[in-house]
Design a protein around this ligand. Structure first.
Ligand code: AMP
Length: 324
């Protein structure tokens, strides 16, 4: 995950929550990808603070540094090494088809568009392949990037012999695509135009309730109005899916409990507050001890480097680079 701005409900439900659940059954590696954040950074002394903050958020959500490997990408320089190999394995045409690049560069229209914004799926492919990952737990919006990673691994293996594990995207059944509360046809995102459509994990309960009460729905009335239909009722369906994701039910089950949008909004807000409040409290406690956060990240980087260095050696060896 990139250390750019606060974590929101979309990244919590689409990704982070499943990482916490998966850490005991998988050998999990989770990187705070500060080199990716460079693609949109032009101010000094920002990335480091954002990195520490995201680490505190990871631990507050329940990622256990004794169980999962939690590290900062720039602390493991092998990512950059394999990133270049991937830039030479993925084509210009493939990168041109990435919808995230099209979206992000369109939003930055009159601003500086770094070449790294265009090539970053190659670095992301390296981030994944370097740990021999079988599964990549992500939200729906990342599917295309996992697909390009698979293509790159297959191409490399074909050219130079079996080197990389071919990974698969794993998305949650409910919560893989949380939409903006103000514009339920676009995904909830930290780069939203207004903050009111985006629930941040660090939002105070009163702020969360206010955002849910103002959520955009539709003008239908009557006992059947609350129903799950993403196409025709995007706002209501988004509320139902959020409610279902935080309470462990299905959107249809939640829909059966409500007849009015007002009551659904309040109940969804309350369910989200109940899920996020302990995380916010713990996050602030952890942020009081930055020395300890830095120490935990160093331990993670040491563990990550052992695996990453072996993969880079294997890839160089497969290509037949002259040993140093
Ligand atoms: P980001 O917050 O864009 O850095 O993405 C971090 C992770 O959260 C990725 O796995 C995304 O797929 C996931 N994610 C981001 N936004 C959403 C969303 N609105 N709904 C579901 N998952 C999301």
């Amino acid at each position: 995950m990139q250390p750019t701005g606060d974590v929101h409900l979309g990244s919590y439900l689409g990704a982070l929550r499943t990482w916490v659940a998966g850490q005991h059954t998988c050998d999990a590696f989770h990187g705070i990808v500060d080199l990716h954040a460079l693609t949109v950074t032009d101010q000094p002394n920002v990335i480091g603070d954002e990195t520490v903050s995201l680490a505190a958020m990871f631990f507050a959500m329940g990622l256990d540094p004794d169980v999962a490997t939690i590290f900062v990408q720039s602390h493991v320089p092998e990512h950059s090494q394999l990133g270049w190999v991937m830039e030479c394995t993925i084509s210009y045409g493939e990168l041109s088809r990435m919808t995230q690049f099209k979206d992000k560069s369109a939003k930055r229209e009159s601003q500086f568009i770094a070449a790294g914004l265009f090539t970053y799926p190659a670095l992301q492919a390296a981030d994944i392949l370097i740990y021999d990952a079988n599964e990549v737990p992500v939200g729906d919006d990342q599917r295309q990037h996992i697909e390009i990673t698979r293509d790159a691994a297959i191409r490399f293996n074909h050219r130079f012999g079996d080197t990389f594990v071919i990974p698969e995207a794993v998305t949650p059944a409910v919560g893989a695509r949380v939409m903006s509360l103000q514009d339920p046809t676009s995904k909830m995102s930290k780069s939203d135009d207004s903050d009111s459509g985006c629930i941040y994990v660090v939002d105070e309960p009163a702020v969360i309730m206010k955002k849910f009460k103002r959520a955009v729905t539709d003008s239908e009335t009557g006992p059947e109005a609350v129903r799950f239909d993403r196409e025709r009722k995007p706002g209501v369906s988004n509320l139902l899916e959020i409610h279902a994701a935080v309470t462990g039910r299905t959107p249809q089950e939640v829909a059966a409990d409500y007849e009015q949008y007002g009551a659904l909004k309040v109940a969804t807000g309350e369910a989200v507050v109940a899920a996020l409040d302990p995380i916010r409290v713990r996050y602030h406690e952890l942020m009081d001890d930055r020395g300890e956060l830095a120490r935990l990240l160093r331990v993670g980087a040491d563990k990550a480097r052992t695996v990453a260095a072996a993969t880079v050696d294997r890839a160089y060896d497969a290509i037949g680079m002259l040993p140093a």
